[in-house]
Design a protein around this ligand. Sequence first.
Ligand code: DQQ
Length: 538
Amino acid sequence: NAMLAWQRTAYHFQPQRNWMNDPDGPLYHMGWYHLFYQYNPHSAVWGNITWGHTVSRDLIHWLYLPIAMKPDSWFDWYGVWTGSATLLPDGQIMMLYTGYTDNYVQVQNLAYPANLSDPLLLDWVKYAGNPVMVPPTGIAPEDFRDPTTAWHAWDDKWRVTIGSKINTIGFNLVYQTTNFTTYELLDGVMHAVPGTGMWECVDFYPVSTTEMNGLDTSFSGPGIKHVLKASLDDEKKDFYALGTYDPSNDTWTPDNPELDVGIGLRVDYGKYYASKTFYDQHKQRRVLYGWIGETDSEIDDIRKNWACVQSIPRTVVFDQKTGSNILQWPVEEVETLRLNSTEFHGVELEPGSVVPLNISSATQLDITATFELDEGALEATIEADVGYNCSTTGAVVRGTLGPFGLLVIADDSLSEFTPVYFYISKGIDGTYSTFICSDEMRSSKAYYDLDEKVYGGMVPVLEGEKLTMRILVDHSVVESFAQGGRTVISSRVYPTTAIYGAARLFLFNNATGVNVTASLKVWRLDSAYIHDFPFDQM
Ligand code: DQQ
């Protein structure tokens, strides 16, 4: 269907065809980044879940490999579900994943590479003694899934954590093992939050509070915090919190109970789920992947014969300036796709203005933008603007100090456009809050069903900081990073006119009470090489 062909991305990872969801078992081995993913080999809707497999030298260009694991055993008969890799000090790779059994029970299974000296890790052996963990007493057979990367504890045993729930209380269980084949469930839970429901795809990892490098999942010592992330099944949203891990009893306590897992910060405020990190020993960084789903209809997914992409891999570090959030940033390798750039300095945006930028074919872009408000603008505003929330207003609702930002994937006549913008609201106590939002409501004239939303959240802005955003545009995906990655939003858009050479970029200021000055650098991005592995040339 030619009408839908353009929606395929040019530098986000996606399979050639069919359905993909969660990233699985990311790891670095013998010069290759390996990514596995939940994959339906038969159709563009979820089902028949296998582990698709792809490798990359640089996290940007990918080679498709044969399916790594299929549902061919009683212990994963209805699906080879999500899991994680653990690299042992002696070089072995332990892959733990959830199998949905022939009897509809979620169990944890072990697999390992048949040949560790194969850089491509093509063949995977499922341990004959699977399953290695079954739902413990009190846990329902369908509430026990998605084992994390294991970490090596003080007692020389490994720990692994698995999400679950009882009634509406979401939590993560902790197991210990010495050999990855036998496991002991520890008493209690690592952490529980009432009202959050099933915790899928738990992620648990240390971040340094003093250094910018990433830390191995087993790292312990002073100057660290631990991130606990859960994907809330009920809301289909990824939440995280920063806190302290107590290795003596394997519990974790949030820094701020008001921002606990599932009630506070989100990894990404847009269409984004089931994220997972790994420690990249090659570049000493922690890298995050996330599943960016479709917001068109299932019929359109079947028509276009593919569904879903992975986010551009992002580095994750602790934000030493705020001390209260992580920072996510596209891996530096994405910059190797940068082609020609155009700079715009000091563009004046009066209230109510829309300014076209001289960028053609604005479908594959890397944009960095800085916005400054007129001196004195904040002091001059008197009215409180309470209860602002991106999703209830959108870019059309005008306030004194916002919205202003960019219109991406727009056409010349603005029949289609996606605003990514800041909005500053004033509370009754006189303090200001800054929001970053991404508004899909006018992104498409398509007649077909789209689940269009205004996404966004608050972003911390410290004294003396300018407002900054970076946006990656890739045909039907828009990933926006505010204030160096404190708040991130992924959007899916399906325009019909603002495509290929017709796609444009605009600046806008829809605030009523402030002049904004914008400066930007816009790169056109090359397409990544994402193809079959050339086995015939081996
Ligand atoms: N997707 C997998 C599950 C996981 C869910 C099945 C999250 O293991 O809980 O495809 O998207």
